[in-house]
Design a protein around this ligand. Structure first.
Ligand code: NAD
Ligand code: TYD
Length: 350
């Protein structure tokens, strides 16, 4: 019986990881620790909330006394750390929140794991989930980010994630803490908070509101279906080499404008609108400060060493994602109205 702490499990990617682990590993105990910030939503997990191998704990990874006590009480065998402030635009207006959670919170967890596991590291693992944004920005040439690309973060978000990555490796090198890291490209799929490009655009198209495109829309992102990221996390957690890093990506680069045009086509079809109707909502707005031009991941190490590869073609994934948002209007309404933040009180604070 393994007991695994998943942090940030009420968020977008975390909820898919929690669902995968709870469903696939009936013999594991999965503890989901989440502070339920604006980005945390337990409605993402209603289908597995009552499973006997799952438990939710509300708590903040920056709370030192609470985290130390939790590790002492629970005796975790592994940690999969996803809790973070994750939106670049928010990091530009409130960088301190990113330093608190992404840097201080991560170091707090590392200390707790080190102390709880100091008698024997055997069989323990601290898995830190990171982003390709730590590598900086690529030009339009053929280069891809590999695991040895030098860190060169530009936004307060990517700087905070880079810092947390360095701390994770430092705890391995200094204290021998068993760790593994992965750096993933942009995810898309169900339960994505509608401040990020794809769900924001779906919501706006549906409601006939302008779709804001930063600058000229020529920035490039490499998109991966969130379920494929969760599958990669499963493989790396179980089979990744101690102390190693794996890049995860979709081999799927799109300029923002081409992506949004494709999304508009899909939405026209799904909503029974005349072709070209949704694209009229595209509105070019002031560019993001320090906007990275291009991210693109070389995931060949993960494919070669651990046998993972993306399962879905992008167009199929986008259609599935649009279908999910159209079928889950209540989720979207609750998220956009803020009503989802009451869910925890109803379920747990009776
Ligand atoms: P998200 O913003 O959807 O979810 C973050 C979760 O962390 C939320 O549930 C939130 O309540 C929780 N959280 C925030 N601060 C906390 C704190 N102090 N204590 C406890 N919980 C806290 O983020 P996401 O998009 O699911 O990203 C998850 C992880 O994956 C992050 O570490 C992010 O850097 C990384 N990542 C994201 C992407 C992407 O495209 N979204 C790509 C690569 C890597
Ligand atoms: P986002 O989803 O915020 O992810 P990230 O910044 O982590 O890559 O943005 C994806 C791309 O879309 C990025 O190049 C910024 C751009 N963007 C827009 O053009 N308009 C928007 O309203 C948003 C949120 C993002």
């Amino acid at each position: 019986m393994k007991k695994i702490l998943i942090t940030g499990g009420a968020g977008f990617i975390g909820s898919h990881v929690v669902r995968l682990f709870v469903s696939k590993y009936a013999d594991y105990q999965i503890v989901n620790l989440d502070a339920l910030t604006y980005a945390g939503n337990l409605e993402n997990l209603t289908d597995i909330a009552d499973k006997p191998n799952y438990r939710f704990v509300k708590g903040d990874i920056t709370d030192e006394a609470f985290i130390n006590q939790l590790f002492e009480n629970e005796q975790f065998d592994g940690v999969i750390h996803l809790a973070a402030e994750s939106h670049v635009d928010r990091s530009i207006t409130d960088p301190m929140a990113f330093i608190r959670t992404n840097v201080f919170g991560t170091v707090n967890l590392l200390n707790a794991a080190k102390n709880a596991w100091k008698a024997a590291y055997e069989g323990k693992r601290f898995y830190h989930i990171s982003t390709d944004e730590v590598y900086g920005a690529l030009d339009f040439d053929a280069t891809l980010f590999t695991e040895t690309t030098k860190y060169d973060p530009h936004s307060p978000y990517s700087a905070s994630k880079a810092s947390s990555d360095h701390f994770v490796r430092a705890y391995h090198d200094t204290y021998g803490l068993p760790i593994v890291l992965s750096n993933c490209s942009n995810n898309y799929g169900a339960n994505h908070f509608p401040e990020k490009l794809i769900p924001l655009a779906i919501n706006n198209i549906k409601n006939n509101r302008p779709i804001p495109i930063y600058g000229k829309g020529e920035n490039i992102r490499d998109w991966l279906w969130v379920n494929d990221h969760a599958r990669a996390i499963d493989v790396i957690f179980h089979n990744g080499k101690n102390g190693d890093t794996y890049n995860i990506g979709g081999i799927n680069e799109w300029t923002n404008i081409d992506l949004i045009r494709k999304l508009c086509e899909i939405m026209d079809k799904k909503l029974g609108r005349e072709a070209g109707n949704s694209a009229k909502l595209i509105t070019f707005v002031t560019d993001r400060a320090g906007h990275d031009l291009r991210y693109a991941i070389d995931s060949s190490k993960l494919q070669r060493e651990l046998g993972w590869k993306p399962s879905l073609q992008f167009e199929e994934g986008l259609e599935k994602t649009v279908d999910w948002y159209l079928d889950n209007q209540a989720w979207l309404d609750n998220v956009t109205s803020g009503a989802y933040q009451k869910y925890y009180e109803k379920q747990y604070n009776r």
